[in-house]
Design a protein around this ligand. Structure first.
Ligand code: MG
Length: 344
């Protein structure tokens, strides 16, 4: 196995603001693994608040003994091996896992979704995210969302109702709300949730601080719409602690260390009777297609990464009726890979 990688800055169409910060680009590491004559592609998207960087990612890669990764890939052993090298680092572990899954599909001549038993006909619609912004920019963003059937609105500051009212003056589409831990008062939060429900909001992500399991559980017990954990759940081992405190979870490959463990999380969450949203960070078509391969196994999808960025280096995924259209291509189905991107 040969590994090559590059640093890439993914520029956002609009500066991205959520409850706690704002930024204009996201550092990525794009990874290519070559096994005999076959190449697999992976991606680490390192949003600053998750604590990884290009430097930490390359330091992690330098510890990997690539000769250990032989086909057929034993994913449980590979993830355990990567975890044995260092705790944390879920994004760079995801890059390795995604590239191996792409290779795995290509070597088996099967699409990744087929290997995971996901039926493309069960693909949920993907939401388009509207970050916190001025009414003028929100107008622009809602116009950008043409073709999407659901919008996801970031809340968690003091003008939440104004923001929703602005969006509602422009569209009747169903809305997801992500409070990004921005609400700190249970009573106010439940009143807000009822108001949002009346506004056509169909789910709420991470209303209160991730550490406040009890507060989030209190809301879950009273909310007329599903309450999902995002920041409160990263990997499979976190699920046990938040079971019962939320109606469901938001799985992201950059948190779960990739596709294999995300699939394990889907199975575990289902066994707990939980709902599942599959989401993304700022990502190119590479990690987005990896998540889309699992999306038919989930209730909702928020995989808008390729449409929120200006310089996706790959072909934009096929998208119709608000949904990814998974192609009958081996591996991730990633297209438009420029030969010079990684060198020869
Ligand atoms: Mg979220």
């Amino acid at each position: 196995m040969q590994a090559s990688y590059i640093s890439y800055h993914l520029d956002l169409k609009h500066p991205f603001a959520i409850a706690k910060f704002s930024r204009t680009s996201t550092p990525l590491l794009l990874l290519r693994l070559r096994y005999e004559q076959t190449e697999g592609y992976g991606e680490a998207s390192m949003v600053p608040y998750m604590g990884e960087s290009y430097e930490s990612a390359t330091a992690f890669l330098s510890k990997v003994d690539w000769s250990c990764l032989t086909y057929p890939f034993n994913f449980p052993e590979i993830i355990a091996y990567l975890d044995s090298l260092a705790a944390g680092h879920p994004a760079i572990k995801a890059a390795i896992d995604i590239a191996l899954n792409d290779l795995n599909g290509k070597l088996q001549q099967k699409p990744c979704y087929q290997i995971y038993g996901a039926d493309p006909l069960k693909m949920p619609v993907t939401s388009y995210t509207i970050g916190i912004d001025s009414p003028e920019v929100i107008r622009e963003k809602v116009a950008d969302a043409a073709g999407f059937k659901v919008l996801k609105v970031k809340l968690g500051r003091d003008n939440d109702k104004e923001l929703i009212s602005t969006v509602r003056s422009l569209t009747n589409l169903p809305l997801y709300v992500d409070a990004n831990q921005g609400w700190d008062n249970r009573k106010k939060a439940i009143d807000m949730i009822y108001w949002l429900h009346d506004q056509g909001v169909v789910l709420i992500e991470q209303p209160m601080n991730k550490a406040d399991t009890e507060g989030n559980a209190w809301l879950t017990g009273r909310s007329p719409i599903p309450i999902l954990a995002d920041e409160a759940v990263q990997r499979l081992s976190d699920l046990e602690q938040i079971k019962g405190a939320y109606h469901g979870i938001n799985i992201k490959l950059m948190k779960s260390a990739g596709m294999y463990e995300a699939h394990q999380m889907i199975l575990k969450a289902r066994s707990y009777g939980m709902k599942i949203l599959i989401g993304c960070m700022s990502e190119t078509s590479c990690a987005s297609l990896a998540a889309a391969a699992l999306a038919p196994l989930c209730d909702w999808a928020d995989l808008d990464g390729p449409w929120l960025t200006k310089n996706n280096p790959f072909t934009t995924p096929e998208f119709q009726e608000g949904k990814y259209q998974l192609k009958d291509l081996p591996g991730l189905g990633l297209e438009g890979i420029k030969i010079d991107l990684f060198g020869s």
